[in-house]
Each structure stands twice: as structure tokens, then as C-alpha cells.
Write a protein of this length. Structure first.
Length: 182
């Protein structure tokens, strides 16, 4: 029994309808993917041009003359008074001053023992002193008393230079010299 032409026609229409639905799904899916790509592109451009302002483009400046209003504090002479017989608490406001660290000249320590060089640097006012073995190996031995007798073969910053007292001074000790040889 072969299907009747009407049944075959109905089956063909459902195939066409299903194909149409499939196409619509692909179109909707393609549109969603396109929308997602556009959102990503927009977010990337927003990041590049708005959020990540690296100062490459100068900000527009107003070229019109600016009027600055300043008011000077009135100057009055300080009243002279005699000190009261009983002390009274007077609130004082001390303005904090930030002074630059004092500069200290690095003393000549080449040829001295590590212990002698440290003493000379501390007497000069340095507090951050680091001891390393040779300039090639650079092994730090700060605080290791077994190297106190080694000879200093270099210092950084160089001797005679003026640096802040908070500067780290690096003593370069000869790794081959030992206690009693220098």
C-alpha cells in the first residue's frame, strides 16, 4: 500500500515546515552570536579609550585667562605679655617639618678589616651596612662574625661621596683573606 497523494503532500509540508523552523533557529543563533561579538568589541573599545587612559593624549585645557582670588591673612603684631605667676596650659600646634636626610661623606675603609670598616661607618652616622664577599660572587655575610677579620676591598657608594645617612652602604670583603691576614 502506497501512501495516498494527500498523505504524501501532508508529509512534504511538514518537512518544509521543519526545514523552515531549522533555518529560523540558525538565523536566531547567528544573530545572537553577532550580538555577542558586538558586545565584546564594544567592551574592548570602552576599555581602550575610556578606562585605560595612559596619558598619551593631552587633556584639553582652557586657554582663557583664569582669575584667581587670593585673600591674605591680616597681619597683626603679637601682643607682648608678661608670664603669669602660675603656669597655665597653652595649646600649641607644631607644624611638622620634613627635612631631607643629612648627607654624610663615606669614609675611606678600603684595606681595613670588616669589623673596623663597620665601626668607621657607624661612627660617621650610617645605619644600613651590608657586607658581601667579593664583587663577583656577591654572597652576603652581614652579621656573620667569622668574616670580621677579612679585608675590605671595595665600598659602594664610593669613598668620599656624600650620601644620605639612610643610604645602604655595601662593603665588599675579600673572600680569600681571613682572620689575622689583614
Amino acid at each position: 500500500p502506497s501512501p495516498t497523494p494527500a498523505a504524501a503532500d501532508a508529509g512534504g509540508e511538514t518537512d518544509v515546515e521543519e526545514e523552515e523552523k531549522r533555518r529560523r533557529r540558525y538565523i536566531v543563533l547567528a544573530l545572537l552570536v553577532l550580538l555577542l561579538l558586538l558586545l565584546c568589541l564594544g567592551a574592548g573599545l570602552y576599555y581602550l579609550f575610556v578606562i585605560r587612559d595612559d596619558g598619551g593624549t593631552p587633556e584639553p585645557t582652557d586657554t582663557s585667562p583664569a582669575v584667581t582670588a587670593t585673600t591674605a591673612a591680616p597681619t597683626t603684631a603679637a601682643p607682648t605679655t608678661t608670664a603669669p605667676a602660675t603656669p597655665t596650659a597653652t595649646p600649641t600646634t607644631a607644624t611638622p617639618t620634613t627635612e631631607a636626610p643629612a648627607t654624610i661623606t663615606v669614609p675611606s675603609v678600603t684595606g681595613k678589616t670588616v669589623a673596623g670598616a663597620i665601626d668607621a661607618l657607624e661612627e660617621a652616622g650610617f645605619t644600613k651596612i651590608k657586607v658581601v664577599l667579593d664583587s663577583v660572587t656577591g654572597t652576603e655575610v652581614t652579621g656573620d662574625s667569622k668574616y670580621d677579620g677579612n679585608q675590605v676591598i671595595g665600598v659602594n657608594p664610593s669613598e668620599g661621596s656624600s650620601v644620605a645617612g639612610t643610604t645602604e652602604i655595601i662593603l665588599i670583603a675579600d673572600s680569600k683573606s681571613g682572620v689575622g691576614s689583614g
